[in-house]
Design a protein around this ligand. Structure first.
Ligand code: CP3
Length: 354
């Protein structure tokens, strides 16, 4: 396989020295880019875009053509995995994801199965292979999946949710049913991520978007433990390099120490905690990814630069920091503000790596 021209991101994940702080943005390929909206219109729908390897490659590379990003992320979605379990997934315009056949009972869980990554999910692996070829070693490719808990929230609720009434009802009334669902998802995600690595993904990220809505006890029992189970089963070395794994629990700042014990190489942090404090808490156990409030990108470039500087100063000197937003970039952000953000990280960070 081709050699990497820029391995700054992978080195920072493994806490090896780098000349500057690498940067990428969650949701870097998405609706804030006019060229994304144009390709999506050509594809028809969001799911058709995910299923078309050529167009998924095109949108993965679009942000890299505009900005000097240090990593690419596979263009896909976390819901591809439950989408392969015959639950009638669709993305309704303006409403987000919907499952027409949600999982509500023990009998519904009995009907689920572990999808074959080179069968029902082959379109994702085809996209990974195609993107790796198109990148030609420019920057590493990040593969990803949702956490079992986060996937289960969509499968049980049948759509996005604010109160999580149905899945929390299942958690308190039928915890064994939920445990069986989470176990199927953990096995599915393990195979799915390993297949992404075999297809060419050079780092992996688990999105636990909804772990933060749980009590500390339930976070451990219903989210963290299943992510730890996944990490136990992952391929950690490929093509002679370690494949770093990033764990991101939105709203999980209070559990950093627990998260650092799961086997993750990197913890993603949102903007609700100070990254310097987070670094003190995890010490040298893991690297950190984050954590600028995505809403800072509505401010002018000088303000964005000041915010980048304050996060770099808070993290302090040395490696182990991957700059990112604390969550995905918003769809109404002007791409020029994203450019200012990335330039500020590259211009200001070398002072912290001497
Ligand atoms: O980061 C990237 O650029 C890679 C692609 C990516 C998408 N979704 C593309 C997408 C990734 C990593 C995801 C992850 C994802 N998907 C998460 C976890 C991360 C997070 O944001 O917390 C979640 C919860 C989902 C589920 C999902 N997908 C929702 C709730 C929605 C609708 C809401 C929304 O923001 O549109 C999606 C759709 C989606 N996934 C879009 C994109 C670019 C928008 C689709 C469109 O309308 O074009």
């Amino acid at each position: 396989m081709n050699t990497l021209q820029n391995d700054t991101f992978l080195r920072a994940c493994l806490r090896q020295p780098t000349p500057y702080t690498p940067v990428w943005m969650m949701r870097q390929a998405g609706r804030y880019l006019p060229e994304y909206r144009a390709t999506r219109a050509r594809a028809g729908s969001f799911l058709e875009l995910c299923m078309n390897a050529e167009l998924a490659t095109e949108v993965t590379l679009q942000p890299l053509e505009r900005f000097p990003l240090d990593a690419a992320i596979l263009f896909s979605d976390i819901l591809t995995v439950p989408g392969a379990m015959n639950l009638g997934l669709r993305f309704a315009e303006g409403e987000g994801p919907v499952f027409d056949n949600p999982v509500r009972t023990a009998a519904d869980v009995d009907r689920l199965f572990v999808p074959d990554p080179e069968g029902e999910l082959k379109y994702v692996m085809d996209a990974v292979r195609s993107i790796r070829r198109a990148l030609a070693g420019r920057v590493p490719l990040i593969g990803f999946a949702g956490s079992p808990w986060t996937l289960a929230t969509y499968m049980v609720e049948g759509s996005g949710s604010k109160e999580f009434a149905r899945i929390k009802g299942m958690l308190y009334d039928a915890p064994e049913t939920l445990a069986r669902l989470l176990d199927i998802l953990a096995r599915s995600v393990t195979q799915y991520l390993n297949a992404q690595v075999a297809a060419g993904a050079q780092a992996l990220m688990i999105f636990d978007t909804w772990g933060g809505v749980l009590t500390p006890r339930d976070y451990r029992n219903f989210s963290l433990n299943y992510m730890a189970q996944i990490f136990q089963g992952l391929t950690r070395e490929h093509e002679g390099r370690r494949v770093p794994v990033i764990l991101f629990t939105k709203g999980g700042g209070q559990w950093l120490e627990l998260m650092a014990e799961t086997g993750a190489d990197v913890l993603g942090v949102d903007w609700t905690l100070d990254i310097g404090t987070a670094r003190q808490r995890v010490g040298s156990r893991v690297a950190l990814q984050g954590n600028m409030d995505p809403a800072v990108l509505y401010a002018d470039p000088a303000r964005i630069r000041a915010e980048v500087d304050s996060i770099l100063a808070s993290y302090g000197p040395g490696t182990g920091h991957i700059f990112n937003l604390g969550h995905g970039i918003h769809q109404h952000v002007n791409p020029e503000r994203a450019a200012a953000f990335i330039a500020a990280v590259h211009e200001l960070s070398p002072a912290y790596h001497r």
